[in-house]
Design a protein around this ligand. Structure first.
Ligand SMILES: *Cc1c(COP(=O)(O)O)cnc(C)c1O
Length: 429
């Protein structure tokens, strides 16, 4: 999987660095393609729709590419849905699952998107009341996101299903939900649950059964079920990723059993974000400086890109692999070749002690085995295709948003330019 260390990829990275400087994001579209194919081959009983959760990485070129494989979109806001449309995705290939309550222009945009075929997945009673008359007039149907009561995420901040997070309509509100919808003649043709990001695959499996039971008990009109996203990716060698095929087999068996019991065939939807894009992305930085903090201290590699291009270590305690090579293209270390002869913390250039790619569970910098990089060497951070470019506080310390490149094994293409300082201040009055 790790193709960044192939001589051709190293050469391509160094060429981009020569021309555009660092830091930048570098996406290997071969890995993206493999992940899309794997998701599209997920077993299901009565048809499968894969939706890409576009908040993971919403670059237009990436959206276009993923959509070209036959994958639809899951948008997290009206603006995201509009952004997908701007990338050429028809509204009918988008589902909106959002915490926002659209008002004003946003509500107008939502209605227009729905008229063009976008599916709206209401996530609260108020969202339903907000759109009910319109849906009823237009004769549309809706999807509903249910709160499953239990969830699982890679950290507590990514659990979206337990009582500490408020995504979806809680079961204690389902009677009000159904009474209102019935009064307006609105059918819920799809039921959706998303339990969290990168959680325990066993919890993902349990949710399949729980959600089918919810449909059985409360949603007689449902013809589709969405099991959400959250499929875990193993970024580090000691992590275990979700097994898409096995989860699909389990879901297919559950859907067939449901059909045998009730005569109802449910189409299956899944919404991976991370699973599709995480592994294809690398953040390419240059080691600018090295320091140490005394005899009982740590070695530090100071790079020109840190939390403003990958805040996942600070936000979630995530670990990412590193690939280090010299300006001459000689590989110094990668996750396969690293030895603990030299350990260092990898920090960025923000004035923030949490600007470290190697934080321990307490939030302190931790030295990890890494190649002995010198100033001028390249330090690539792996596994940054998801929730990095789309989520980082990139203007913090007035650093500019960094460019993005797609690499297909032969050619490299710029798909986003570097932001300028003028663009940071352009809206200030
Ligand atoms: C974020 C999100 C996803 C994707 O989660 P991943 O962990 O990136 O797969 C899927 N569905 C919904 C509703 C989401 O909010």
């Amino acid at each position: 999987m790790n193709r960044i260390t192939s001589p051709q990829a190293i050469k391509a990275v160094l060429e981009v660095r020569r021309e555009h400087g660092t830091p930048f994001y570098f996406y290997d579209t071969r890995i993206l393609h493999e992940r899309c194919e794997e998701m599209l081959a997920m077993p299901s009983a009565y048809g499968l729709t894969v939706r890409y959760a576009m908040k993971a990485n919403s670059n237009r070129s990436i959206l276009k590419l993923i959509h070209s494989y036959g994958i639809k979109m899951d948008a997290s806001s009206v603006n995201e849905a509009l952004r997908a449309v701007m990338a050429g995705v028809p509204a009918s290939d988008i589902m909106l699952t959002s915490q926002e309550l659209p008002v004003g222009e946003n509500l107008t945009n939502l209605k227009n998107l729905m008229k063009n075929g976008m599916k709206y997945n209401v996530c609260s009673l108020r969202q339903l009341y907000n759109i009910g008359d319109f849906v009823s007039e237009q004769g549309f149907s809706l999807s509903v996101r249910m709160h499953p009561g239990t969830g699982s995420g890679e950290s507590a901040t990514r659990n979206t299903g337990d009582k500490y997070s408020c995504f979806g309509v809680h079961l204690s509100d389902v009677d009000d939900l159904n009474r209102y919808a019935k009064g307006k003649g609105i059918a819920f043709t799809e039921v959706h649950v998303h339990i969290g990001s990168g959680g325990d695959p066993a919890a993902w499996k349990e949710n399949i059964d729980r959600e089918i039971d919810i449909i059985d008990t409360y949603f007689p009109d449902a013809t589709s079920v969405s099991f959400g996203g959250g499929l875990k990716v193993a970024r580090m060698p000691d992590e275990i990723g979700a097994e898409v095929r096995a989860l699909g087999d389990y879901a297919a068996r559950a859907l067939i059993a449901f059909h045998d019991r009730t005569g109802r065939k449910l189409r299956m939807e899944v919404e991976p974000g991370t699973y599709i894009v995480a592994q294809c992305g690398y953040a390419v930085t240059t080691c600018m400086d090295t320091k140490q903090t005394g005899e009982d201290g740590l070695n530090f590699l100071i790079t020109d890109g840190g939390l403003e291009i990958n805040s996942r270590p600070l936000m979630y305690g995530s670990r990412h692999p590193f690939y280090v090579f010299g300006s001459d293209g000689v590989l110094i270390s990668s996750e396969e070749t690293v030895s603990d002869e030299f350990c260092a913390a990898v920090v960025g250039k923000c004035c923030e002690s949490g600007d470290c790619q190697t934080l321990d569970s307490e939030g302190r910098s931790e030295a990890r085995p890494i190649g002995r990089a010198e100033a001028g060497d390249v330090v690539c951070i792996g596994g940054v295709g998801a929730y990095c470019s789309s989520m980082t506080p990139f203007n913090y310390n007035s650093h500019t948003q960094v460019p993005e490149f797609l690499y297909d094994g032969t050619k490299t293409k710029m798909v986003r330019k570097r932001q300028t300082l003028e663009q940071i201040v352009e809206n200030e009055i």
